[in-house]
Write a protein that binds this ligand. Structure first.
Ligand code: HEM
Length: 141
């Protein structure tokens, strides 16, 4: 029995929130926002934010990924996010971003597999032609 308990505690328990859950937390008492499909409760951070309270109030209850990235936050700022992380955005609400990631991965891996054999193959064909022309030239002269 104790083992069962251990197993359960080893599994990461991620709480899922919908955008609707997040939207409700946009008051001075409670401020949540979404960055890269992760949900943050920044209520206690608002006053400390070096970029000011106002920008956070503007993003309260919404997906702040774009504005967070636009501000060009440092690595330290990104690490600070962990302190306020409370859960993930429900997959239903982050469909578009998931699709975009998949497309980007697929297209980049496809192009790299193409170039890995196409460029050497073209080089071999060109070298073959050059070799033929040179040998034919030298035989005829
Ligand atoms: C919980 C989320 C956030 C954290 C932990 C955070 C943290 C920080 C930190 C540590 C800085 C100081 C500069 C740096 O180290 O990059 C900063 C600056 C700033 N932040 Fe944030 N920030 C958050 C969310 C946001 C959002 C959503 C916006 C935009 C709406 C924003 C806009 C800014 C701006 C404009 C500055 C000033 C940049 C400058 O003066 O060069 N931040 N933030």
């Amino acid at each position: 029995m104790a083992q069962d308990g251990d197993k359960q505690s080893e599994e990461p328990q991620v709480t899922l929130y919908t955008l609707e859950d997040v939207r409700k937390r946009n008051t001075a008492k409670e401020i949540w926002l979404v960055i890269h499909d992760r949900v943050y409760d920044i209520t206690k951070f608002v006053e400390e934010h070096p970029g000011g309270e106002e920008v956070l109030f503007e993003q309260a209850g919404a997906d702040a990924t774009e504005s967070f990235e636009d501000a060009g936050h440092s690595i330290d700022a990104r690490e600070m996010l962990n302190q306020y992380y409370i859960g993930d955005l429900h997959p239903d609400d982050c469909k578009n971003q998931g699709k975009k990631d998949v497309l980007l991965t697929t297209s980049s891996s496809t192009s790299s597999s193409w170039s890995s054999w196409l460029i050497p193959a073209v080089a071999v064909v060109i070298l073959g032609f050059m070799y033929r022309f040179y040998t034919v030239d030298s035989r005829s002269s």
